[in-house]
Design a protein around this ligand. Structure first.
Ligand code: SF4
Length: 436
């Protein structure tokens, strides 16, 4: 039996959210290969350790903000994961015949390629493969390095046969899917991400694909536009095999409110098996789908916090970005959650095309008056999204600049200084709201 190491390399950033580090894509690959008689081990290095590291040269422009810190900006850059040497030792302990590297976001491709280069030197005889959302949006970028035998794009269920051939050395280059997965092919995977004294955190995905067209979204690149849900029988089977004590299940990157009845059915089934389970939607859900009666049902079933994503408040910006808006509904939803004593964070993006410092401040002033915390996400592009279809720019600029935390003015709508100022104002508002 061939042994395959599935490796998520260490990353560097100002922050990382361990309870969201499920690496579900890598786990789907592991599942698929195990069903095909491979022995696999997942190395999820970003979850393992964190250590202060040097600020990358490309981010030199952030130094003044880090040095003159008033407590509202990041203090240090960190490596999430072991040193390369220690990673090597861990992988060596498994003695793999093949290594598949997984990249969940293009923004981390510099670290990813440094790690691939290191492995190639340390394990010259072991073929290297690569896949994941970060690869799928620009596979040529990775192929041309000559480090990777075969570069995999899209969902494992759709390219499985070719992946098996590639692992045997029968295909090289780039493997692209000719279709997206069907509903009955979808596996249910739930990953334990973190345990605290009070809670055991899990992350999962109930659906794939989204028919909407928000210009800033990259979901369609891997998952396509057809919405599909995981069959409930598969979820029930897995949940019954687990011991979910004091669990919180996070539905990650899931536009699951497109199937409200399905979601209620899933939550009811889980509560029946493990009544003390709670739920969250860390990456945000669309408030437009939240009717008062539905919120009531979700709260009664154990949803403990609502992270709502709005894109922006400015109507013009939303229209340009093809994101529907219904401000009265947002106000009504946030107030209803307050009445129920349910925490709520409203997320918006600063630095979209046609945004300005004034419009961003306007959005924050509006949110300041509402009973919610403000989640501000500086805009960052993914190769292939609207406005960034021409991928040449990603060859000219360092991928490090595509991290949200790099505050890079990709759309020239807010400067770095303004993006950071807005970020600090949001934190200040949140701190004062938390005090009250
Ligand atoms: S942002 Fe959400 S609603 Fe918009 S296209 Fe992406 S997944 Fe769909």
């Amino acid at each position: 039996m061939k042994k395959v190491a599935i490796v998520v390399p260490p990353i560097t950033d100002f922050y990382y959210t361990p309870h969201r580090g499920a690496f579900l894509g890598a786990r789907y690959v592991k599942n698929f290969l195990e069903k095909n008689d491979f022995e696999c081990r997942l190395f999820d290095f970003p979850n393992k350790k964190q250590k202060k590291t040097k600020l990358p040269e490309e981010l030199g422009y952030l130094k003044p903000y880090i040095e003159k810190n008033d407590g509202l900006f990041f203090k240090e850059y960190k490596r999430f994961g072991y040193s390369f040497e220690k990673c090597k030792k861990e992988i060596e302990g498994f003695s793999p015949d093949r290594i598949i590297l997984s990249l969940f976001a293009f923004a981390y491709s510099k670290e990813f390629l440094d790690f691939a280069r290191f492995l190639k030197k340390e394990f010259p005889k072991i073929p290297l493969f690569a896949g994941g959302s970060g690869i799928s949006c620009f596979p040529e970028y990775f192929e041309k390095t000559g480090l990777i035998n075969t570069v995999f794009c899209g969902e494992i269920e759709a390219i499985g046969e070719d992946v098996l051939k590639a692992l045997k050395g029968e295909i090289e280059g780039i493997v692209k899917p000719s279709r997206f997965t069907e509903e009955n092919e979808l596996d249910f995977i739930i990953a334990h991400t973190l345990s605290t004294k009070r809670k055991n955190y899990y992350s999962t995905l109930l659906s794939r694909g989204c028919p909407k067209n928000c210009a800033f979204c990259s979901n369609f690149i891997v998952q396509g536009k057809k919405f599909r849900t995981v069959p409930i029988t598969k979820i029930e089977r897995t949940i019954k095999q687990l011991t979910l004590k004091n669990a919180n299940i996070n539905f990650e990157d899931d536009n699951i409110l497109l199937a409200k009845d399905y979601l209620l059915e899933v939550l009811k089934m889980i509560k029946k098996v493990e009544p003390d389970t709670t739920f969250s939607f860390e990456n945000g859900i669309d408030y437009i789908f939240l009717e008062p009666g539905f919120i009531e049902q979700l709260v009664n079933l154990g949803v403990k916090q609502f992270n709502l994503s709005i894109g922006h408040i400015d109507k013009g910006i939303l229209e340009k970005n093809k994101r529907p808006a219904h401000i009265e509904k947002l106000i009504e939803t946030v107030k209803l959650l307050e009445k129920k004593n349910i925490p709520c964070i409203v997320y918006f993006i600063a630095g979209l095309k046609d945004d300005s410092f004034q419009k961003t401040i306007g959005t924050m002033k509006f949110l300041e008056k509402l009973p919610c915390l403000i989640g501000i996400s500086p805009f960052y592009p993914v190769p292939g999204i609207a406005g960034f279809e021409n991928k040449k720019i990603f060859e000219e600029k360092s991928p490090i600049l595509t991290k949200g935390s790099s505050f890079y003015p990709w759309n020239n709508s807010l400067t770095t200084k303004e993006l950071i100022e807005a970020f600090k104002i949001a934190r200040k508002i949140n701190l004062s709201k938390r005090k009250h």
